[in-house]
Design a binder for this molecule. Sequence first.
Ligand code: SF4
Length: 241
Amino acid sequence: MDLDRRTADAATLLLRIASHHAPAALASSFGAEDMVLLDVIARHALPISVFTLDTGRLPGETYALIDRTREHYGLTIDVYAPDTRALEAYVRANGVNAFYDSVDLRQRCCAIRKTEPLRRALADKRAWITGMRRAQSVTRRDVALEETDGESGLPKFNPLADWSDGEVWDYIRLHHVPYNPLHDRGYTSIGCAPCTRAIAPGEDVRAGRWWWEQPEHKECGLHRRPPDAVRAAPTLDAVTP
Ligand code: SF4
């Protein structure tokens, strides 16, 4: 499928989400896929809000991109921060970099810095949108265009589920979309600074996330999926308004 068709399909799905699931929001970590979705939303002036989770440990490049994006598109970006008391208690008990010590401590850090703020971000939404793609990792092989989120129970849409890495970058170059300069330095998937590294050629796209853990653990709890998460594996025809 060519890029124009892929883009039109993504725009059609986003329009359908805006029409049938308002209020809906894009959860953006300002990675390449999120920037494609944000560009499509802005280009079509879709009534879909954009939020991000400021874990407090993001790379400086990501913070700079948040501001650059706000200026470039003239968009409001809702920034959610962790609960201060929960974070202070965790750090007091475990240290500032406890995520390296065990999968459990890493997941608890993600729960405080990401999952709980996500819960607040979605509290008043009827659907959310992510840039997840099947080709990204072993944990994302069965990502569908439309799912039911395991945590919130909300419809969750992944309009780029079947896009390739090349298509994402073709879109970014074609439309001059702002992106995180860390991508040019080998960072294919960008999260918190201490938990993200550049990858070597041939490595899995998400190999640089929590690189000290086994691949099957490499999710942060934001994308927990029940066994029946995939709604109906709809075709794009089925999601056309
Ligand atoms: S990615 Fe690392 S620093 Fe960020 S919330 Fe998870 S464990 Fe904590």
